[in-house]
Design a protein around this ligand. Sequence first.
Ligand code: FAD
Length: 486
Amino acid sequence: MGSYFAVRLSIFLHWLYVFASSAAATGADLAILRSQLSPDASVSWTTSIAPRWSDYDAPKPTAIINVAVEKDVQTTIQFCNSRSIPYLVQNGAHGSSTTLGQLAHNGVIINLAALNRVTFNADKTLVSLEGGTLMSEMIQSAYSNSALVLSGTCNCIGYLGALLGGGFGYLIGQYGLMLDNVVSLNVVLASGQAISVTPSDDEDKYDESLWWAMRGAGPNFGAVTSAVVKSYPVDSNSLNAWLGPLLFEDTQLDTLIQTMNDITLEPEMAMSLTFASSGNASASPSIILTVFYHGTEAQGKAAFAPIYKIGPVADETTITAYPNWNAAQDISCVKGGNKPSFGAGLAELEAESWKAVYDAYKNFILHPEAQESVILLSAYPTAQIKSIPDASTAYPFRSTVRFNAQASLAWNDSSFDASALAFGTFCRDKWRLSSGLKENSTYINNAFGDESLTTVYGQSLGRLQDLKRIYDPHGRFNYWFPLDGN
Ligand SMILES: Cc1cc2nc3c(=O)[nH]c(=O)nc-3n(C[C@H](O)[C@H](O)[C@H](O)COP(=O)(O)OP(=O)(O)OC[C@H]3O[C@@H](n4cnc5c(N)ncnc54)[C@H](O)[C@@H]3O)c2cc1C
């Protein structure tokens, strides 16, 4: 307990120092900045801050700078640096880490939303996207070009916001993580310099290290204004997949968890388990397994035969076109309310722990405030991710993690804060104790914000901290699991 408070105290003192050494953006500052931006850029004042997905410990900026071209990002960063005004880059605004809340009242958000152009090359093997592109914008554009691009399973999240920390999606078994598909990144550094970050054979070249660091810890090193990623041209059949929910009863949970642990996922497969309120407080929570197979219904049902053997009580799987793969998750795109997430990476699933989480969830959702909270467990084939050496990107958990578990909480009334956080912590503790891993790990994009840095950056931490001293010595990009934190 003593060391816990010592850590919290050191974080508090760190942020006190950061806050004291930064300046509030005044109206006069922002009027000058506005005059230096391109004609299509704008500044929104506090009264019109764009809603974020989660309000819990969300950033509280003085203003939003809506940039229109890459030069606006450079101008804003240089201007803010010259006046010690803090800034935070925003893509889809779905980041829910409590570390974002450290942008409090004296800073600005650099909103990339208008930078959302997506352009395919002639043979559809590469796609250029700007830094504010949303997942839905990428998927729609890829579909129109008869191509598949690695994408997350939720339409409203930012493409680069997801990619810079990893990027999990249905096609991971075939093409790897989103960050494994990057070809180049255009980045505005903390100095305001705009550079292109690409792979290089020269091990000593600075940019080579940045190439490593951006893919796993990107938000700590700069603002990505655009990127080129791989795209996979396919025939019209391959623009479809078989997917959908299978429903199970609570008496089947043990077998389901054991089967999810034991089943070998082929590259075309993915699955995710959800516990959700059925909307009836006296009824058991719904147990929904979403299965995905990039192929036909017959292939999908054969591949998931061990799951079908358990006997789902309902089956709503169907052949679905690429733009609709994420449709079931659109319900999760509603912005506002408190929605932090407690996550854990797992090497294995222990039925007993999952039963304990299910029972606790059943009890938790008796409270009306907890109805929208869900438990999620994602499983992807790992062979493709593991085929890339651990040390080639800063993403730390290639060879160890098979599953990402997450308590995705949602409530409105602040009187429920303590109960919600206690439940999230309980779930995370249960998963950590049964993870089958030597060290705790959490996919950074699902983390709450109180994790130790090794829990989110793993073995990459030391090298990342060295690079941070080179590229961002004043800690300008310090709102996403800052590398000089605990
Ligand atoms: C409903 C929901 C569904 C999700 N589904 C998936 C999924 O299927 N797969 C998956 O991998 N993850 C998923 N996530 C996690 C998601 O990857 C993270 O929430 C991610 O941080 C969201 O990025 P954003 O751009 O929407 O958020 P933001 O809050 O805009 O950004 C998050 C962080 O990234 C930084 N950042 C964003 N864009 C840039 C940029 N261009 N340059 C530099 N820094 C940048 C921001 O400064 C911030 O620190 C999901 C999250 C939610 C809430």
